[in-house]
Structure formats: structure tokens, C-alpha cells
Design a binder for this molecule. Structure first.
Ligand SMILES: NC(=O)c1ccc[n+]([C@@H]2O[C@H](COP(=O)([O-])OP(=O)(O)OC[C@H]3O[C@@H](n4cnc5c(N)ncnc54)[C@H](OP(=O)(O)O)[C@@H]3O)[C@@H](O)[C@H]2O)c1
Length: 270
């Protein structure tokens, strides 16, 4: 089994533990995890820890971006600013991303999508959903896969199983990739993601980012990354049920609710 090491240089320095709320509204008690006790348990949540890569006294995560448009490049910028190593990729090839890489600085490189997936300990898929079958599946084995995508039939073409609500776009991506999928960053506009993160605010006051997924440790890793860039992860539930609570057309989609308000919304049955 892949062993991961924790990814967030800022947390030990800031001295607080990122909070992620399950559907009963109580923070998950990571100290209850087998083999881990005390404060370290919150930082070493288990299986999905990110490979050891130290920088400036902290530990940087390698993040591979599949898609580097509005959302992908915004996240890439936020994560390099927080000390992580990022690989950006798109459909046209790394040579088309040189301007972005030079803006992002030394912690960024442009790779092919295949290489970016292999590079990342966390792989962020941020492409028009209609292209989900092009996501390099092999490179995602043993990785946390973040799905920012939304299904827009007018852009992506019709998928009958989605139109009939038999499944969700995230579950379809999960059927393709090999690591656990966490849906996140899909319900916030890219420019609000760029401008509205406030690490200095309390977790409840910050804008909440709904996340859904079936692997608690993967969700914990994603919650840590969200916390670092000044938002608060709010657990919407499983990839299927939770995902339906924050997809286009839902009450919370692109509304930018404070985390405590978003949490109440997520407690409502779908
Ligand atoms: N824009 C928003 O405010 C927003 C907010 C939340 C969620 N989302 C969702 O997040 C996803 C990305 O949105 P966006 O606005 O960032 O889109 P975008 O600006 O159009 O960027 C899409 C990116 O995906 C890349 N791409 C397309 N096909 C690819 C493939 N087969 N392999 C690798 N990369 C590929 C594109 O590369 P090329 O340019 O080379 O084709 C481009 O870098 C969408 O599903 C969207 O619905 C968007």
C-alpha cells in the first residue's frame, strides 16, 4: 500500500488543526484513528498522506494539474504561493504553458497530462467534463484525485446517465481514475477562488467549499489544502449523494456561503 506523508507546511506553524465536518455536524476526531494518537494524528490521517518533500522547513505536496484554465491555473497559483510544487498541463502540450509557468515561478513546471498525473501526489482534474475520458488514468494510481468539474450538457454534450440522474459526473470520473476522488472547488467561481480566501479568518467565517467523496482520508487531505488557501472544507457526504448537493442547479452552487451556513445546508437531505 502506498504510504503518504502530510502535505501542509503551514498548519504546524499556524498551530491549528483544519476542520472537516461529517454529516452529523461534528468535527472528525482523527485521534481515534488506529495507530495514531495525540496532535500528530490530525496531521497524519492515515493512508492518504502525501510523499515526503521538504521545503523551507515544511513539507510540500506535489500537485499535478490536469487542465490549467480558469480553475486549474488559479489553484496552481494558490498552491505554489503556499510552498507546494505544481505541474500544469493542458490538451495542447507543455510548450503552450510557458507564460503561465514563468508567472508561477520556480515551484512550477509544465508537463504533458500523463506526466503531470505521475508527478502529483494529489492530482487535480479541471477540464470540461466532456473530456473526462482523456484523463490519464494510470498516473492516478495511489493518488488523491480532486474533481473540480461540472457537467454542462450545452458544453459537454449529453450523457444520458447524468440527464437521467442515474449517477454523477464525479462518479463517472471515479470509474475512470485509480485513486479516490474528492469533488471540490466545483461550486465556487474561479475569480472568487482567486480573491476570496482569507486564512486570517476563523474557520466558520471563511467561505465554505463543499467537498464530497467516499474516502475519509482523501477528504482530510483535500480539506487541509483548502484550509491553507483560506477557505473551509464542508463535508457534503459521499461522492454520489454529497456530489448531488453541490452540483450546478443546487442552492449552494456559486453562492459563497460562510462555512457554518454551508454546513447547515449540507445537513439537509438531498
Ligand atoms: N470557470 C469557473 O468559474 C468554474 C468554477 C468551478 C468549476 N468549474 C469547472 O471546472 C472545470 C474547468 O473549468 P475552467 O473554467 O477552468 O475551464 P477552462 O478555463 O476552459 O480550462 C479548461 C482546461 O482544461 C484543459 N483540457 C481540456 N481537455 C483536456 C485534456 N483532454 N487533457 C488535459 N487538459 C485538458 C484545457 O486545455 P486546452 O486549453 O489546451 O484545451 C484547459 O487548460 C470545468 O468542468 C468547469 O465546469 C469552472
Amino acid at each position: 500500500m502506498t504510504r503518504w506523508k502530510i502535505a501542509c507546511p503551514a498548519f504546524p506553524l499556524r498551530g491549528h488543526v483544519p476542520r472537516i465536518y461529517p454529516q452529523n455536524g461534528h468535527p472528525i476526531d482523527h485521534s481515534a484513528r488506529p495507530g495514531l494518537t495525540g496532535p500528530a494524528a490530525a496531521f497524519f490521517p492515515g493512508r492518504w498522506r502525501v510523499a515526503e518533500r521538504r521545503e523551507e522547513g515544511g513539507i510540500a505536496t506535489h500537485i499535478g494539474m490536469i487542465g490549467s484554465g480558469h480553475i486549474g491555473s488559479t489553484l496552481a497559483r494558490q498552491f505554489v504561493e503556499h510552498g507546494h510544487e505544481v505541474a500544469v498541463s493542458n490538451s495542447r502540450g507543455p510548450e503552450t504553458l510557458q507564460v503561465l509557468v514563468s508567472e508561477l515561478g520556480d515551484r512550477a513546471r509544465a508537463l504533458s497530462a500523463d506526466e503531470a498525473a505521475k508527478f502529483g501526489d494529489v492530482v487535480i482534474v479541471s477540464v470540461p467534463f466532456g473530456h473526462y475520458r482523456d484523463v490519464p488514468a494510470d498516473g492516478t494510481a495511489g493518488k488523491v484525485v480532486i474533481d473540480t468539474n461540472n457537467y454542462y450538457p450545452s458544453r459537454d454534450g449529453h450523457f444520458e446517465q447524468l440527464d437521467d440522474d442515474e449517477t454523477t459526473s464525479s462518479e463517472m470520473l471515479a470509474g475512470r481514475v485509480k485513486g479516490p476522488v474528492v469533488k471540490a472547488f466545483n461550486a465556487i467561481r474561479w475569480d472568487h477562488l482567486r480573491d476570496m480566501g482569507h486564512p486570517e479568518e476563523s474557520a466558520d467565517e471563511r467561505i465554505g467549499i463543499p467537498i464530497s467523496g467516499d474516502d475519509p482520508d482523501a477528504k482530510h487531505t483535500v480539506a487541509e489544502l483548502i484550509d491553507e488557501i483560506g477557505f473551509t472544507a464542508v463535508d457534503a457526504g459521499s461522492l454520489g449523494e454529497g456530489g448531488r448537493k453541490h452540483q450546478p442547479g443546487t442552492a449552494v452552487y456559486t453562492v459563497d456561503l460562510p462555512a457554518d451556513e454551508l454546513r447547515s445546508q449540507m445537513l439537509q437531505p438531498k
